[in-house]
Design a protein around this ligand. Structure first.
Ligand SMILES: *Cc1c(COP(=O)(O)O)cnc(C)c1O
Length: 387
């Protein structure tokens, strides 16, 4: 039995074209981009070609792009880098951010920075007016994600960026989940800093970038050889950077058709799930990523469903990769006002490039039976039955 992978929001397989592009940079072109000989220049050229390619896609200059080891590092560089450059001040973020943002902000709070964590509505949305209301004289940065990794909700980042610009506050967006599906033009979006990574767009893991608009003062987190315009020391991960650029190029090229294809599959899955009684689609009905379906099923534990799906060869998730390690309810769903019970019964199916209609059909063939079995065993359900 072939397994079905519904966890593309956690990570995606490296696509063939990407792997092919990367391979020579492990062996033939193994040089250190900082070396002045031919081997070094080959590697340097590859990194700079990758940077140029990405700069065209994001509509920015090459020296506005810093390669990092992934989404987490880029977020840390953005938020701590700005905080350290300003030395003190107030930062605004919101409650459904990825832990990379939330934990960085919590740590900065301990260092003396002041933080505001904005509430979200029942769909997981932040309103630009909310951001504006909380901007103070000493606000140095606003960090609001482009699209949520658990529920797929797309934030109005263009409008939020406009508010920030009006008040001369820097705006960072964590766009790791958005890169394959949404507009990535930083000029059109009007943003100052943006994080993307390779592992969510069929590129390699352990590589990402931070876009930093020219003229913004930022402190590096890593000190050393001065690579990446002095903002990220350390020998560049050349194969990963080459693969990341290739992945982004392909994602950009295929965006329109892939969004259309996935939206149709998403609709199919959502209507299939509606046949399960006492279940609810989480996130925004329209403002959501085309590959995300997050559902709460009352009276079952998400983890129990996952294990039973896994036995049937179906890989899904309860939400973020981090929240599966602890059995705490998702901070995202709780922030949306969901009860602990409903949050514990949540499942995330994240579709991808390899998802076919027949995969959705197979899921819908087994899921109702699993839910019924678990509900029959569940004390909560018995309580509901008994009033
Ligand atoms: C995956 C992800 C990250 C972390 O990226 P890594 O490359 O794993 O460090 C940060 N933010 C969001 C929204 C993500 O989906």
């Amino acid at each position: 039995m072939k397994s079905i992978y519904f966890d593309n929001a956690a990570t995606t397989p490296v696509r063939k074209e990407v792997f092919t592009a990367m391979k020579p940079y492990f062996s033939t072109y193994f040089g250190n981009p900082s070396s002045l000989h031919a081997k070094g220049l080959e590697a340097r050229d590859a990194v700079e070609e990758a940077r140029k390619l990405i700069a065209e896609i994001l509509n920015c200059a090459t020296d506005e792009l810093i390669f990092t080891s992934g989404g987490t590092e880029s977020v840390n560089l953005a938020i701590k880098g700005i905080a350290f450059a300003r030395k003190k001040g107030h930062i605004i973020t919101q409650k459904t951010e990825h832990d990379a943002v939330l934990e960085t902000c919590k740590w900065l709070e301990k260092q003396g920075f002041e933080l505001t964590y904005l509430n979200v509505d029942e769909f997981g949305l932040v309103k630009p007016e909310q951001v504006e209301k909380h901007i103070r004289k000493d606000t140095i940065l606003v960090s609001i994600m482009y699209a949520n990794n658990e529920i797929g909700t797309i934030q109005p980042i263009k409008e939020i960026a406009e508010v920030c610009r009006k008040h001369e506050v820097l705006f960072h967006t964590d766009a790791c989940q958005a890169a394959g599906y949404l507009d990535m033009d930083v000029k059109n979006l009007g943003i100052d800093l943006m994080t993307i990574n390779g592992s969510k767009i069929y590129g390699p893991k352990g590589v990402g970038l931070l876009f930093i608009k020219k003229g913004i003062e930022i402190e590096p987190l890593l000190h050393g050889g001065g690579q990446e315009y002095g903002l990220r020391s350390g020998t560049e991960n050349v194969p990963a950077i080459v693969g990341f650029a290739k992945a982004l190029e392909l994602a950009q090229k295929e965006k329109v058709t892939e969004v259309q294809r996935l939206t149709a599959l998403q609709d199919r899955l959502v209507s299939g799930l509606q046949r399960i009684a006492d279940s609810k689609l989480n996130g925004h009905p329209q403002k959501r990523l085309p590959n995300n379906v997050n559902v709460s099923i009352y009276g079952v534990e998400g983890e129990a469903v996952l294990l039973m799906l896994n036995e049937k060869g179906i890989c899904a998730s309860t939400g973020s990769a981090c929240s599966t390690k602890s059995l705490e309810a998702s901070h995202v769903l709780l922030a949306m006002g969901m009860s602990h019970e409903m949050a514990h019964g949540s499942l995330r199916f994240s579709l991808g490039k390899h998802t076919k209609e027949k995969d959705i059909s197979r899921l819908m063939k087994v899921l109702p039976g699993i839910v019924k079995k678990l509900r029959d065993m569940s004390p909560i359900k018995a309580e509901v039955r008994n009033g």
